[in-house]
Design a protein around this ligand. Structure first.
Ligand SMILES: [Zn+2]
Length: 369
């Protein structure tokens, strides 16, 4: 039996598929994988497709319409979080799972995963088509998971835009096969790297040197804070033309606020698995940042800055894109504050760091864009 279920967003984002190394997502990658699976296991195998809803917002217009058409014809199931359904269906019907994921968060709830590594497949593509290889599901060491979660990354980053512009303007990837960050983010790291004593970019998760993936496009910075205290907890780069999903739990192409549970504490309690999507879209005047609530359980509020004060929060409508102007802020599930800096990071216009928070966190100030 070679019936299978496909984690569609995961496939569409996979840089191991044509166009190799391109960030995507591309719907053509899904077609290549489905075609490859049928070519290998027979035209009559049943293939179920499940996609994260966030994928709709990440695809270009043509692919987005095509995915909506397929969803309307029930060829693809759209879910706020695909992997829950992927695993339930795979368990119930003994399906093979085509996903780049290691399903680390699900090992306790789905003990069959570790008992059946042969049912999890990854892929690569060459001139002969798509090939499938074992995903390499192995037992996870919970010690390692918790150690990675304990790392107080931001305070230890030593990343200074004035001294390390080349590090800030480069995309990075961790290639340490044992690193939790490398396994969570098989493409580029969504967080800033750390800088070691030798001024090298190192992984905030495992401290090994990172592999450079090429220059960043113009980048803005997303700040995450505890809404109740205003305490800054994490800063993330957001590149022109790219998306960032914020939520709690492991997220493909996103950032898991639960990984900073040590700092957020109660603030993340009402954040959903896939809560909000941010996109730095191209446009006149250097582009703008859009926010979309992905159907979170406890909602996202936008607080507009009117020049002298924040106006009362207003709930974002689910699946509707809203433009964030500099100084506006979002509040996720009542607890986590999200602000997008109006500053642009690029080699010609570097912000300066001043430490005005008692050494607790590094604050970046710069030219408003
Ligand atoms: Zn690492």
């Amino acid at each position: 039996m070679w019936d299978a279920i496909v984690d569609v967003a995961n496939v569409c984002h996979s840089e191991e598929l044509y166009p190799i190394g391109e960030k995507g997502p591309f719907l053509a990658r899904l077609d290549a994988v489905v075609h490859g699976w049928r070519a290998r296991h027979g035209a009559d195998v049943r293939i179920e497709l499940v996609a994260d809803k966030a994928l709709l917002h990440a695809l270009d217009t043509t692919d987005k319409r095509e995915l909506q058409r397929r969803a309307a014809r029930r060829e693809v199931t759209l879910r706020p979080v695909a992997d829950t359904l992927v695993l339930e269906r795979a368990e119930a019907d003994l399906l093979h799972v085509l996903s780049g994921d290691h399903f680390l968060d699900f090992r306790r709830r789905h003990p069959w995963i570790e008992a059946h590594p042969e049912r999890f497949h990854h892929w690569y593509q060459d001139a002969h088509g798509v090939h499938f290889v074992p995903r390499g599901i192995g037992p996870e060491h919970h010690q390692r998971v918790s150690r990675a979660e304990e790392i107080k990354e931001f305070r230890d980053k030593h990343l200074d835009p004035a001294r390390h512009p080349e590090i800030m303007n480069t995309r990075w990837r961790c290639v340490d096969s044992l690193c939790l960050y490398a396994r969570m983010w098989t493409g580029r790291l969504p967080v800033w790297p750390r800088v070691d004593a030798g001024a090298r970019a190192v992984c905030p998760g495992c401290a090994s040197p990172l592999r450079a993936l090429g220059p960043r496009r113009p980048t803005r910075q997303v700040g995450l804070a505890d809404h109740a205290t205003g305490e800054s907890i994490e800063r993330l780069p957001l590149e022109l033309g790219s998306n960032l999903v914020l939520g709690r739990g492991r997220i493909v192409n996103g950032y898991n606020l639960g990984s900073r549970q040590d700092r957020f504490g109660e603030a993340v309690r009402y954040v959903s698995r896939q809560h909000v999507l941010l996109r730095f879209a191209a446009g006149r005047a250097g582009g703008h940042v859009l926010a979309v609530d992905l159907g979170s359980s406890n909602g996202t509020e936008i607080e507009r800055w009117n020049g002298s004060a924040y106006e009362p929060g207003r709930a974002l409508e689910v699946d509707v894109e809203e433009i964030l102007t500099p100084c506006d802020r979002l509040v996720l599930g009542g607890g986590v504050r999200v602000e997008v800096s109006g500053r642009h990071f690029n080699a010609d216009d570097l912000p300066r760091i001043t430490d005005d928070s008692g050494g607790e966190a590094t604050r970046v100030r710069g030219v408003e864009g």
